[in-house]
Design a protein around this ligand. Structure first.
Ligand code: FES
Ligand SMILES: [Fe+2]
Length: 355
């Protein structure tokens, strides 16, 4: 089979688009369990993974790919993160966010301190002193209210990975520290995580698949901007009628490899969350929504209805690509060098990571 991309970074013109015809990564990668195993090691095991906010809660479970993790804040305000797997027989320790003084495994009630140390094990009093039975600590980093973890001690710092995103958001009128957490949505789509991610990275489908969104946001290639940075892929779309809108431009960022950030144009709003593989053909999506603290709930409800409509439209698209591309009948597809340059960029990075 022909190689979809060259082993060198694809050549770009001054508008950032790729030269020549660009082929997709092999479609077998959307269904092969062996590819997901390599991705877990080479991509999810080495990158910053969004977990959530430690606001009213001091314990927040999450996932780094398929690895359960938990972020914790102790009484002194110190924050840590751990692999969320019990050292006894391997149960997930924390399933729900909450306010806790300790982390107790639901299986046999081994109890860990907020520093990860094993405090007590029923009928196994002598085990409490063993440092080799502590929860395994991993890196935790904060950006505003958002907490990320990384299983790789050698990965570049979060600050480098989020790169220009904070400045881009600030320029667009979003102060992440000034927003209030509103709610979380958590759902699944029957598609490979890369199909969901690639769908996020282009608005070529917007005019066809998102009539409501395209009615209010400029999605023509002349005004919809795509920007590629070392660790994030960013898109910008303007309101067709920006009169009186505090946020005339929307922004959609993918922080490598799987954190999506959405800011729709209009009034201050932001949603952020991971695109998590559950299996080769199943993906979990989590989004935390933030609005201005005093935002009108009627407006929020209207906004969420709009957002949900776009989400339902996208879910149908990715599910369809899984059935088509994932059927194995054809080897690969082609990408438009300009409108799908971020998809090509993402696929190049996946290929590099797995090579
Ligand atoms: S598996 Fe956690 S206490 Fe037994
Ligand atoms: Fe979409």
């Amino acid at each position: 089979m022909r190689q979809p991309l060259h082993s060198e970074p694809p050549e770009r013109n001054e508008r950032g688009s790729f030269r020549g015809e660009v082929h997709t990564t092999p479609w077998s990668w959307y269904r092969d369990p062996a590819v997901l195993e390599r991705e877990e090691e080479a991509i999810f095991g080495r990158s910053w993974q969004y977990v959530g906010v430690l606001g009213d809660h001091n314990v927040m479970p999450g996932s780094a790919g398929r690895v359960p993790v938990v972020a914790v804040r102790d009484d002194e305000g110190a924050e840590r993160a751990f692999v969320n797997v019990c050292r006894h027989r391997g149960s997930v320790v924390v399933e729900e966010a909450g306010r806790r003084k300790a982390l107790q495994c639901p299986y046999h009630a081994w109890t860990y301190g907020l520093d990860g140390s094993l405090r007590s094990a029923p009928r196994g009093e002598e085990l409490g002193a063993r440092s080799d039975l502590e929860l395994v600590e991993i890196r935790l980093a904060a950006w505003g209210p958002f907490r990320f973890v990384n299983l790789d001690g050698k990965a570049p710092p979060l600050e480098e990975v989020i790169g220009e995103v904070p400045a881009m958001l600030a320029e667009g009128g979003i102060d992440v520290d000034g927003l209030a957490f509103h709610h979380r949505v958590d759902w699944e789509v029957p598609a490979n995580w890369k199909i969901a991610t690639e769908n996020f990275l282009e608005c070529y489908h917007c005019a066809v698949a998102h009539p409501g969104f395209s009615a209010v946001v400029e999605t023509s290639p002349d005004s919809y901007r795509l920007e590629s940075r070392p660790w994030h892929l960013s898109q910008f779309g303007q309101l067709k009628d920006p009169t009186g809108a505090p946020l005339p431009e929307g922004q959609f960022h993918l922080i490598w490899p799987n954190t999506g950030i959405n800011v729709f144009p209009g009034r201050p709003n932001l949603s952020i969350g991971p695109i998590l593989p559950l299996g080769p053909e199943r993906t979990r999506r989590v989004l935390d929504y933030f609005f201005a603290p005093s935002e009108d709930e009627a407006w929020v409800a209207e906004f969420l209805e709009f957002d949900d409509q776009v989400g339902r439209e996208d879910a149908r698209l990715v599910e369809s690509v899984q059935r088509g591309a994932g059927s194995g009948v054809l080897p690969e597809g082609v990408l438009l060098p300009e409108s799908e340059q971020l998809v090509a960029d993402f696929q190049y990075r996946v290929r590099e990571a797995l090579s």
